[in-house]
Unconditional design. Structure first.
Length: 572
């Protein structure tokens, strides 16, 4: 009866394996999802399902996947939809439905073997050990585990757990020892606590106490190095049971007291977390109420202003009937002349911009053609070592072209007054985190660390979408001109009547001449788009958009290297 108690406690630890492994494959899957969103932009329901899946909003993911699955025209989209639904059901602990969704995925799915891993975890959770074993054995010997987001030691550990519960102790010992050695090399503390406990349980079930007890002690000692109360509590309890079986009741009592201590700490931690969540929800509701009130006040002010304006117009019409037509004629003549002049400037700017675009795109397009020819030759010659570098170069060229085209689009919208501005109260941190999420993989590719330091609850008055355009340009430049293993810091803080954003990098920085040019920029004109002066369209767009947000844009040197970009916006 004592051994059964220990077995159940480590049984819980064994199932934490998937939780440890989850972050390993999450980023790989999310990177693939981002690529597919661009590829399948025509599928609206799939787009929405992908975005909700990335945000871990499982109910919304299920709804839009179900709508997308009514369209059977694209097998890859169908596979991803079933995968989204399977993971969503799993997270909601509706395991039977999750199993149904995963079994509908075809073998040519990008993460087919990952679905087998997840199915095995689901069967483990349901104590269907033979089914779990079948799924784990299917992926045991596949190559390139990492491309599927899988870890070999975790697969071996799960196979060992299955054999353990099926009472096939020799096989269980073989796999548990293999996975434990791999985890010892990686120094994976959390996994090792679980593995040592499972090995101890294996030997304890066979009455091999001399082999079991050292592993119980290892698990206990290792759990002290971590911060998880649940592991500390479990290992202390197991040591108490072991000492009771050995009749050393003094030590058993010590371990029992330690178990109670960790149990109380765990309960307190859960209560603190629940309290914090409630306070967070209350704060969000309060902010939402404030936003609704402010919007109502704005509507009243707009109505009052419109009423005054209409009354003034009527009064002017009554008082100025005699001179109205004459003035309108003069005004129309001046307007036509002004519009003609503006149109001429716009046409000249447009022609010049086309020349800039054709010049800037000609080289990367030609380079991309060469890369594709090189890629074709390398595929034919099976030159795998050079293939990855060629793909990375092609991706970099494509990203640069995309950035230029994106800036031209926003510039044209701004010039034609189609770039709408809605100045309202917004939280800075949420918007910055959304933009940073899109650039994490670019920074990781160059081993650049991005550190953030946000003051809590900073609210500013600005247009959300135009600020995102500015941040994307600045972060793209920071990553592009910062060498490998560099650093980028993003800070927010209040300064007098402004809310401020600082982006600090360790890149190549700016010359004094270029800094002077940037400080005197006011708007996008033909002379300002002169690339020979070293000022690009993206930076000019940033200056223009920040000024339209009634803010201030400053670039300084970051001695001894790099640059500091400061954005000041009106405080709410």
């Amino acid at each position: 009866m004592i051994k059964k108690t220990i077995f159940i406690l480590f049984f819980t630890l064994g199932f934490s394996t998937y939780t440890f492994a989850q972050t390993w494959h999450e980023q790989i899957v999310l990177d693939s999802i981002k690529a597919k969103i661009i590829k399948y932009s025509a599928y609206d329901y799939y787009q929405k399902a992908s975005l909700y899946f990335a945000k871990k909003k499982w109910d919304s993911t299920l709804v839009y996947c179900a709508k997308q699955l009514t369209d059977k025209s694209n097998l890859e989209v169908i596979n991803y939809s079933h995968y989204y639904r399977g993971v969503s059901f799993q997270m909601k602990k509706i395991y039977n439905e999750a199993e149904k969704e995963f079994t509908k995925i075809s073998k040519d799915f990008d993460f087919y073997y990952l679905t087998k891993m997840i199915l095995g975890e689901i069967f483990l959770e349901q104590q269907k050990f033979q089914k779990a074993l079948n799924n784990f054995k299917e992926i045991e010997n596949i190559s390139n585990h990492e491309k599927q987001g899988l870890v070999t030691s975790i697969i071996e550990h799960n196979i060992g757990i299955c054999y353990l519960h099926l009472q096939q102790f020799d096989q269980a010992e073989l796999y548990l020892l293999k996975s434990t050695k791999a985890q010892e090399l990686k120094k994976d503390t959390l996994q090792l606590v679980s593995s040592y406990g499972d090995l101890a349980n294996l030997y304890y079930e066979q009455y091999k106490d001399e082999l079991a007890i050292p592993y119980f002690k290892k698990a206990y000692e290792l759990s002290k190095l971590g911060e998880r109360f649940r592991l500390k509590r479990t290992t202390a309890f197991n040591m108490a049971i072991v000492e009771e079986n050995r009749k050393d009741f003094a030590k058993a009592l010590t371990y029992r007291k330690e178990y109670e201590q960790w149990n109380d700490s765990l309960n307190n931690q859960i209560k603190i977390w629940e309290t914090a969540q409630r306070e967070k929800l209350d704060a969000i509701k309060e902010k939402q109420k404030e936003v609704v009130i402010l919007e109502a006040k704005n509507k009243v002010k707009i109505a009052e202003r419109n009423g005054f304006l209409y009354a003034s117009i009527v009064l002017l019409i009554l008082l100025g009937t005699g001179t109205y037509f004459y003035r309108e004629k003069i005004k129309a003549t001046k307007t036509i002349a002004a519009q003609k002049e503006i149109l001429n400037d716009l046409n000249a700017t447009k022609d010049y911009l086309f020349s800039v675009v054709s010049h800037d795109l000609r080289s990367p397009v030609n380079a991309l053609r060469k890369q594709h020819r090189k890629l074709k030759d390398q595929i034919i010659s099976n030159d795998l070592e050079s293939l990855e570098k060629t793909i990375e170069t092609s991706a970099f060229i494509s990203e640069s072209m995309y950035g230029l085209l994106n800036n031209i689009l926003h510039w044209s919208l701004e010039q034609s007054k189609q770039l709408l501005f809605e100045l309202k109260t917004n939280p800075l941190q949420l918007i910055i985190e959304q933009v940073l999420f899109d650039f994490k993989h670019l920074a990781a590719a160059k081993h650049i660390s991005i550190e953030t330091n946000f003051e809590d609850s900073i609210l500013g008055v600005f247009d959300r979408e135009s600020l995102k355009i500015v941040l994307r340009n600045l972060l793209d430049n920071a990553i592009k001109y910062t060498p490998e293993h560099g650093e980028i810091q993003v800070k927010t803080f209040y300064h007098e009547n402004d809310c401020c954003i600082e982006i600090i990098d360790t890149g190549i920085g700016f010359s004094e001449v270029l800094l002077d040019q940037i400080h005197y920029l006011k708007e996008i004109t033909i002379s300002n788009i002169d690339r020979s002066r070293g000022v690009g369209l993206g930076l000019l767009l940033c200056v223009t958009l920040i000024k339209k947000n009634k803010g201030n844009f400053v670039i300084e040197k970051n001695l001894p290297k790099g640059s500091v970009v400061k954005i000041k916006l009106p405080k709410a």
